[in-house]
Design a protein around this ligand. Sequence first.
Ligand code: XMP
Length: 320
Amino acid sequence: SWTMATFRADAIKRIQAQVGRGRVICGLSGGVDSSVAAALIHEAIGEQLTCVLVDHGFMRQGEADEVVAVFRDRFNIHLVHREASDLFLSRLEGVTDPEAKRKIIGATFIDVFEEEARRVGGADFLAQGTLYPDVIESVSFAGGPSVTIKSHHNVGGLPERMNMALVEPLRDLFKDEVRALGRELGLPETMVGRHPFPGPGLAIRIPGQPLTRPLLDLLRKVDAIYLDEIRTAGLYDAIWQAFAVLLPVRTVGVMGDSRSYDYAVALRAVTSTDGMTADYYPFDHAFLSRVANRLINEVKGINRVTYDITSKPPGTIEWE
Ligand code: XMP
């Protein structure tokens, strides 16, 4: 019978046959997909693999450090960590359109990645943690043409520009299979069980206003508190993905005996099996109140919290 152990052994042989004595470079984001791809490829070809973490400044709190701790310090994988938040923010100055944002982030990612690839002496192959749903995330309307809903910055672009052959060992797998493979490879549970996180990160969770460092820091705090409460309540594994969206609106509130005029956030949590469809998670009201109280008390600049009850379809999981 087909098991993950068999898949692992076969995948390693396929990677070795494809790569030979060549050098492979792999973009690492901290997400499950690229982490599992990197661990698998490292097992197949060891020192021939170099990983690059392009830190665009849109990652979650503490996430870049964790990637370095796991891959460089524990798995002993050659990892370049490039902090590039200034460059990303300067290129995104004044931009609010979702597709424009995605395109700029994708293009900047390619520039930085290419620069780091050159710095380590180049490579023959580019590894990507592309999954089956990434390949087919487009919708056909009855009788009409196929329409792309969002440009995913992890598919396309890079291979053409760098003129490199692709190593995509997860291309036939769904998310739950990738997680099983990650466990099989001995990746830590915190990484393997982690919710999906989009390539453009927090940048696509601040709709309707230009990105700035203070807004990103504010959202990072909100996100960390929300996820902390989800973990404390023992709900993390029951949820596919949970995150906060910083709304482009400030509203009036009352704090103590004074008036406040601060931002509103929307919380989102969904269940799903593959990200293609999703239902909102039915938190109980006590939980939502606890999160709202913590956010308003602990994050300066927030005075209102809402919960998004839209499923996919008609909504998408992310707001942009
Ligand atoms: P949507 O918002 O389209 O998201 O319902 C479906 C899943 O894809 C993730 N997502 C992305 N992942 N690069 C990624 O790697 C992207 O540009 C991107 N955009 C959305 C989203 O978080 C959800 O898990």
